[in-house]
Design a binder for this molecule. Sequence first.
Ligand code: OAD
Length: 249
Amino acid sequence: MHTSNPDLIPEIIEILRSNNRVTVLTGAGISAESGVPTFRDAQTGLWSKFQPTELATPQAFRQNPKLVWEWYTWRREIIKKALPNPALFALAEMEKLFPEFVLITQNVDRLHRIAGNERIIELHGDIFKTKCSVENIAVKDWPDKGDIPPLCPHCGGMLRPDVVWFGESLPARILEAAWEAASSCQVFLAIGTSSVVEPAASLPIVALHNSAVVIEINSQDTPLSGIANYSLKGAAGDILPRLVSGLNR
Ligand code: OAD
């Protein structure tokens, strides 16, 4: 059944109530109401103003490391000012309600952690972490000699944000954990993601193949909308608190 009727919230609450294993996948839309720009929304999305190939690929970093580092510094400054919104708090509450709850996020902004979720799989890394671009190891502190990007204190290579760029593979253990959570859950929620970036876009499909009920929450249609069992159109900050308050009743 495919539907976008928000009146189905009571039905979805009943589905959630009768299951223990819930996996959630989030994308930039879950942080949008905190003031963090998404990537693909028309007008406001980052990719409507910037070219991903110039900022979020290993080639871009090789060609213009200063530009890439400074773009991430700009994004970190926006994210530092953001506070969790009602959708993020609702997911933190949901984690407490289900014995087996896993949150997979494509976001790098730490907002799920700040809202209170603990079982988080960060598919695309963490914008506040830094690693050496040569040795691929995490680096916490480095001498500030004014270099942009700063240089690795061990090998002198350039430091880069510890995020996954286009053309890079996700760390194997993270991808395995996400696959396991998608294939073993009874209910899979895909929230605020355009469902176009792999491998994240395949996770709801994996869940469907393993007989989970797949529920999408998004303000727009996505390639998942016609495949999911339920597709709720609206703001995550409106729909998720309603689901959680129904579960608490
Ligand atoms: P996108 O920007 O592609 O998609 C955000 C989705 O959230 C869109 O489908 C919007 O309709 C929806 N949305 C926006 N505001 C919403 C709200 N308040 N409530 C519900 N839905 C809302 O972001 P992602 O799908 O996360 O990767 O993008 C996936 C990856 O592509 C990112 O992790 C990033 C990006 O390029 C890398 O940088 C490697």
